[in-house]
Design a protein around this ligand. Structure first.
Ligand SMILES: Cc1cc2nc3c(=O)[nH]c(=O)nc-3n(C[C@H](O)[C@H](O)[C@H](O)COP(=O)(O)OP(=O)(O)OC[C@H]3O[C@@H](n4cnc5c(N)ncnc54)[C@H](O)[C@@H]3O)c2cc1C
Length: 315
């Protein structure tokens, strides 16, 4: 009875003392690159640490479900939306400061802005990551990476709040492949990076080459969340899916990209169920053919915020 569950959870949502920006019933398809997802009960924008503290106090005292969202470029929300509060990091969390070869960056900043500003300042290291359409916080949380470089390799200090609202430095994390190893429910607020010095025009040229490589292999003008599955050891998930002839496979309005087999694209009006059906199908086929269990790179959530792993039961 999803309807009944929604009303029950919806009635818990309490943010009466929060003074920052709050919107109600916001369609999540507007906040995600997959352009999929029903309404979130609340979307709250915290523009500074004080607002963030009040937000955490309110949601914790009212037991309101909540989660932090960056650019929504690695997430599939439910067609039923999310029964709770989605937190977005605004103004103060989108700033950056460069001194010599050290950058302080807010978690709400776009990764491509960070990479471009670093290049302008003659700082090299971020070029391979410039085409990842996420925020600094999202990239840190999932340890985004490309072309052999991962974001957390470059981060020297990472600060934020734990889920109870205590400010701390995350210096005890154990990052892995597409996993930051952060504690559940933390909010990354800012990071510090130290990069090497370089010639700005050469850094920009290098960045353009990486972007061109993406453009030539990925369906960048389609709505997607990038690679759906992690690469298994020693091979690409896309290569395995392609070998099974699954490019162009469709369910409803979702389709495996004909350009890159690890991208599932929304052809306009796709539902989360369409995407999930494709994920199950691909995992089943890959397992049957290669005895390999593909792991999800994207995060799939139901309307309560619980993580789903469709097709993950294969043995
Ligand atoms: C066209 C395309 C290409 C892509 N290419 C790549 C690629 O090359 N490499 C790669 O790794 N990924 C890639 N991605 C996936 C995605 O862009 C990255 O994973 C990105 O880092 C996600 O950042 P985000 O801000 O969108 O995070 P979201 O999708 O909004 O969130 C992802 C997770 O991070 C958490 N989170 C977000 N912000 C914070 C915060 N401040 N504090 C704590 N937790 C937070 C969220 O709660 C969620 O669990 C691609 C996606 C697309 C659409």
């Amino acid at each position: 009875m999803p309807g009944l569950l929604s009303r029950k959870l919806g009635s818990h949502v309490q943010l009466d003392n929060y003074s920052g920006q709050i919107r109600k019933n916001v369609p999540l398809n507007k906040l995600t690159t997959w352009r999929i997802g029903g309404p979130a009960d609340w979307v709250v924008e915290a523009n500074n640490p004080d607002e963030l503290r009040v937000f955490l106090r309110e949601v914790n005292s009212s037991a309101t479900p909540w989660m932090v969202l960056g650019n929504g470029s690695n997430i599939l929300f439910s067609d039923l939306g999310y029964r709770g509060a989605i937190l977005i990091l605004g103004d103060d969390f989108q700033q950056m400061d460069i001194r010599e070869l050290t950058i302080q960056a807010g978690a709400g900043l776009q990764l491509h802005h960070l990479a471009n500003r670093a290049a302008d300042a003659g700082m090299t290291g971020l070029e391979p990551l410039a085409g990842i359409p996420g925020t600094v916080g999202g990239a840190a949380f999932v340890n985004a990476g490309a072309f052999g470089c991962s974001f957390l390799q470059l981060c020297k200090v990472i600060n934020g709040f734990d889920r109870h609202g205590h400010f701390r430095s995350f210096d005890d994390i154990h990052p892995g492949y597409r996993s930051g190893g952060f504690p559940d429910g933390c909010i990354i607020t800012n990071i510090q990076l130290t990069l090497a010095s370089g010639e700005p025009s050469r850094i920009h040229d290098q960045m353009c080459q990486y972007l061109e490589q993406r453009r030539s292999t990925q369906p960048l003008s389609d709505a997607s969340a990038g690679c759906t599955f992690k690469n298994p050891a020693n091979t690409g998930a896309g290569r395995l899916i392609d070998r099974l002839g699954l490019k162009g496979f469709q369910s409803g309005r979702a389709m495996i990209s004909t350009r890159h087999a690890n991208f599932i694209i929304n052809n306009g009006g796709a539902s989360a169920t369409d995407v999930i059906d494709i994920i199950r199908h691909v995992r089943r086929k890959v397992f049957a053919e290669y005895r390999l269990k593909l792991e999800l790179e994207v995060l799939i959530l139901d309307e309560t915020g619980a993580r789903l792993d469709p097709g993950g039961e294969l043995k």
